[in-house]
Ligand binder design. Structure first.
Ligand code: C6P
Length: 417
C-alpha cells in the first residue's frame, strides 16, 4: 500500500477543527456518522451557526429601506458580506459581487440577462461534457430562445480529462461565451481554467467559471483566473443554503439588463416604465437573504483562517488515499484522473446499482451520494446509469476513508462480487 503519511499537510489541528462541526458528532443507524457527501452540501461550523443566530437575535430588519437602527445594522451586515466576498475572490470592487440563491440561479441570471443582449441565432455557446445540469440547461433554454447552438469539449472517457487537442477547432471567434466547470462534481477533474480563459480572451470570447466545487476547497483569484463571470453556492463552502454568488466584471454587468424586477433594484418607477440601479443592486430584486449573507461572511472567515491551500492539500491527500485503496479492491471502476484529482471519488461496483451501494453504506453510518449527480449526459457517455461518490472535506479523516473501504468490502461480499 502507498505511504500517504508523508504527503499529509502538517501543522494544522484537523481534529480540533472537526470538533467545530456539531452535526458530525452523532450516530446514524447505531454507527458513528461518516459524512462523505460534502460535494452535495458541506456541514456548518459553530461559528457560522452562531453568526446567523446572533444576527436574528440582535440585528434583523429589512435592508436598504429603513433609517432606523436595526435596518441600518442589517444593511451594514449585508454590505459587509459583499465586501468580504469581493476579498474572498480578489474582485476589483464589491460592485462585482451579486448575491443569488446559488450557483444555479447565478448561471440562469447570466444566461437570461447577458444572453438576451449578446447571443443571437447562429452563435455558439461552448461548454464541456463535464458540466453539471446547472451549466447546461440555462444555455439550452437560451439556445431555444435565440437559435444559438451548444457545442461541447469532449471528455476522454473514464479519465475525466478534457480533450484539449480539440480546443483550436471548438474555441473559435464564433463562440459568444465559454462556460466551464472548475472542478467536476463527478470526476474530480481540476480543469486548467486560467489557461482556458486566457485562450478565450485572446479571441474576444466571454467566459464563465462554475466554481461550485472549487470555491470552498482552493484559493480563487478572479483577476488571475481572468474570467468574466464566476459562480458558486454558499452551502458547499460551510455557508447557509439559499445563498450564492455571481462575480461579474463591472464593465460586463454594465451591459446587462435586469434579471428580475421588483423592490430594491430601482432608481425611479413610473406607471409605464422604470429606471434601474446599476450592479450589484440592480440584479437583487426584492428582500435579499440577509441572514444568509451574514452566515456566508462567517463561512469565508472560517475558511480563510484554516487556509484554502491547506484545505486543498488535505482534501487531495484524502481523495488520493481513497482512490488508491478503492483501486486495490478489484471489481471497482473508478472515474476521473488517477493523479491531480480534487477531493472526491466516484465509482461503480460491477453490476451493483449505485443506489444499493449508498443504501447499504448508510446502514453502516457512511453517507455517500449515488445517482447521476446532475451529470446525466456524462454518465450516459460513460455507459453507466449512475455512480457512487465519496466526497471529502477538511473535517474528514483517514480513519473515515478506512471505514469506507471496509464498508465497500462488506457490500461486495454481500453481492458476491
Ligand atoms: N452539485 C452535487 O452533489 P446548486 O444546486 O445551485 O447549489 O449547485 C449546482 C451545481 C453546479 N455546478 C456544480 C459543479 C455542482 O457540483 C453543483 C451542485 C451537487 O454534486 C448537487 S447536484
Amino acid at each position: 500500500m502507498h505511504d500517504f503519511a508523508k504527503h499529509a499537510p502538517a501543522g494544522t489541528d484537523w481534529a480540533a477543527l472537526r470538533r467545530d462541526f456539531p452535526i458530525l458528532d452523532q450516530q446514524v443507524h447505531g454507527q458513528p456518522l461518516v459524512y462523505l457527501d460534502s460535494a452535495a452540501s458541506s456541514q456548518r461550523p459553530r461559528a457560522v451557526i452562531d453568526a446567523i443566530s446572533h444576527y436574528y437575535e440582535h440585528d434583523h430588519s429589512n435592508v436598504h429601506r429603513g433609517i432606523h437602527e436595526l435596518s441600518n445594522r442589517a444593511t451594514t451586515a449585508y454590505e459587509a458580506a459583499r465586501v468580504r466576498t469581493a476579498a474572498f475572490l480578489n474582485a476589483r470592487t464589491p460592485n462585482e459581487i451579486v448575491f443569488t440563491k446559488g450557483t444555479t440561479e447565478s448561471i440562469n441570471l447570466v444566461a437570461t440577462s447577458w444572453g438576451s443582449q449578446h447571443v443571437k441565432a447562429g452563435d455558439t455557446i461552448l461548454l464541456t461534457e463535464l458540466e453539471h445540469h446547472a451549466n447546461i440547461i440555462p444555455w439550452q433554454l437560451l439556445a431555444a430562445r435565440t437559435g444559438a447552438k451548444l457545442v461541447y469539449i469532449p471528455v476522454l472517457g473514464d479519465s475525466g480529462v478534457l480533450d484539449l487537442s480539440r480546443l483550436d477547432e471548438l474555441l473559435t471567434p464564433a463562440v459568444k461565451i465559454f462556460s466551464l466547470v472548475h472542478i467536476s462534481n463527478t470526476m474530480g477533474t481540476i480543469n486548467p481554467v486560467a489557461e482556458l480563459c486566457a485562450r478565450a480572451r485572446a479571441l474576444g470570447v466571454m467566459t464563465l467559471v462554475d466554481a461550485a466545487q472549487s470555491a470552498g476547497h482552493l484559493p480563487l483569484d478572479v483577476q488571475s483566473l481572468g474570467c468574466d463571470f464566476l459562480v458558486f453556492s454558499g452551502h458547499k463552502i460551510l455557508g447557509p443554503t439559499g445563498t450564492g454568488v455571481l462575480y461579474g466584471r463591472e464593465e460586463v454587468f454594465a451591459t446587462m439588463p435586469p434579471y428580475q424586477g421588483g423592490g430594491e433594484m430601482i432608481v425611479r418607477v413610473d406607471w409605464q416604465e422604470s429606471k434601474f440601479k446599476p450592479a450589484p443592486h440592480g440584479f437583487e430584486a426584492g428582500t435579499p437573504h440577509v441572514a444568509g449573507a451574514v452566515g456566508l461572511h462567517a463561512a469565508m472567515d472560517y475558511l480563510d483562517n484554516v487556509g484554502r491551500q491547506n484545505i486543498f492539500d488535505h482534501d487531495r491527500d484524502l481523495a488520493a488515499y481513497a482512490y488508491t485503496r478503492l483501486s486495490e479492491l478489484g471489481g471497482i471502476r473508478l472515474f476521473g484522473p488517477g493523479t491531480d484529482r480534487a477531493g472526491l471519488v466516484s465509482f461503480t461496483m460491477d453490476d451493483v446499482h449505485a443506489h444499493d451501494i449508498v443504501t447499504m453504506a448508510d446502514q453502516h453510518g457512511v453517507a455517500l451520494r449515488g445517482g447521476h449527480h446532475c451529470n446525466q449526459p456524462l454518465h450516459r457517455k460513460l455507459g453507466v446509469p449512475s455512480s457512487a461518490r465519496a466526497s471529502f472535506y477538511f473535517y474528514n479523516t483517514r480513519d473515515e476513508v478506512d471505514t469506507l473501504i471496509e464498508v465497500v468490502e462488506k457490500i461486495r461480499a454481500f453481492f458476491n462480487r
